[in-house]
Design a binder for this molecule. Structure first.
Ligand code: SF4
Length: 352
């Protein structure tokens, strides 16, 4: 991997995977066991400073602090829901960009929703993250840093990770793969890939590349419409990759990974929530090993979409099930803290 440098010309050492770190330490003339010590300090003990790394010699700690950047992100603000304890974190990156992440508590454990880019260029019509475009993609250490900071700040052990925050993860493909591998490294937090979900708006060639990696993660594909006509009004990516092509890529993904796919479907009142849409969607997904996650859309003030009513949502789910498609309704988390992704970042940027 090319050495990444930040604005202060320091090496982004926390983005190195284990073997790259070994190469770096070899070049510094360090014995082999130091790689494991340093890697564990960064990715398991979550040290914020090189100075905390008590079993490394002082001279090495000083050399590393001169040459390397350890933490590329720092917390700016936290909002905690009084309803369910969901917490939204706003982080500042080393270059001043803002990103947000969310901690959610479930019966099965604590889950962090990670951003993969500052902003997003995909332009989905119901999403606040894309309103100012994409500023840049995040490095592996910036994605890992969200999980690490939240684990430390909240005191909760993070057991699940969803890459569903701001940004299109497959638009930051190489860094995403590195992030997934480092997150599940036994010398790091060792979070099982089975507990990691990556969400995409449907970038077909990258879904096919990911299929070849055969990772045991869950892939969540945002459909949000049962046909290209409606989908194009909600998601510009649909103009490039029509549904037929997208679903073909999903079938290939299923065949290669043997992992059930989740389809995300945000219900927007009067746009995609009619019974005829449920019927059409069932026809598309028939026979696939998949699951549909229905999400009452989160209204954002910049756009005119309204959430479907409870009755419509339930009818939509029942209709899918009637046609043999597994479906659940996503529980709304942190309703009192502006749950929709990108809203906290956007309101902070607008007020600066
Ligand atoms: S929904 Fe996801 S892919 Fe679409 S604009 Fe928002 S962050 Fe980007």
């Amino acid at each position: 991997m090319k050495i990444t440098e930040n604005t202060q010309n320091k090496t982004d050492i926390a983005s190195y995977d284990y073997s790259e770190l070994k190469t770096y330490m070899d070049a510094l003339g360090q014995p082999g066991y130091r790689t494991q010590q340093l890697y564990q300090w960064m990715h398991q003990k979550l040290a914020a400073e090189f100075d905390e790394m008590s079993n490394l010699p002082k001279a090495l700690r000083e050399q590393l602090s001169r040459q390397c950047r350890l933490s590329g992100i720092s917390p700016v603000r936290v909002q905690v829901s009084e309803l369910d304890g969901t917490a939204k974190y706003l982080f500042k990156l080393h270059d001043g960009n803002l990103i947000e992440s969310v901690l959610m508590h479930y019966r099965h454990g604590s889950s962090v929703c990670v951003s993969s880019q500052a902003g997003c260029r995909m332009g989905c019509a119901f999403c606040a993250s894309t309103l100012d475009g994409c500023v840049r993609s995040l490095s592996p250490s910036e994605m890992l840093g969200q999980v690490y900071n939240i684990q430390k700040l909240s005191g909760c052990r993070v057991s699940h990770v969803v890459v569903m925050g701001s940004g299109e993860p497959l638009d930051n493909y190489d860094n995403l793969l590195r992030f997934l591998r480092m997150l599940s490294d036994e010398n790091g937090l060792n979070i099982s890939m089975r507990n990691i979900t990556v969400s995409t708006c449907g970038i077909v060639p990258k879904i096919l590349s990911l299929a070849d990696e055969k990772l045991p993660i869950t892939l969540a594909v945002s459909l949000h419409a049962p046909n290209d006509e409606i989908r194009k009004t909600l998601m510009p990516v649909a103009r490039k990759y029509p549904l037929a092509e997208l679903l073909e890529a999903c079938r290939t993904y299923l065949k290669k990974t043997n992992r059930r796919i989740t389809f995300e479907y945000s219900l927007v009142k009067g746009v995609n929530d009619a019974p005829s849409c449920a019927r059409e969607l069932s026809g598309l997904l028939k026979g696939m090993n998949c699951h549909v996650n229905l999400i009452p859309v989160n209204p954002i003030k910049e756009r005119n979409f309204r959430q479907s009513g409870q009755r419509e949502v339930l009818e939509f789910k029942n209709m899918l099930e009637k046609y043999g498609i597994n479906a659940t309704i996503r529980r709304e988390m942190g309703r009192d803290i502006q749950g929709a992704c990108g809203q906290l970042r956007k309101s902070c940027m607008d007020n600066e």
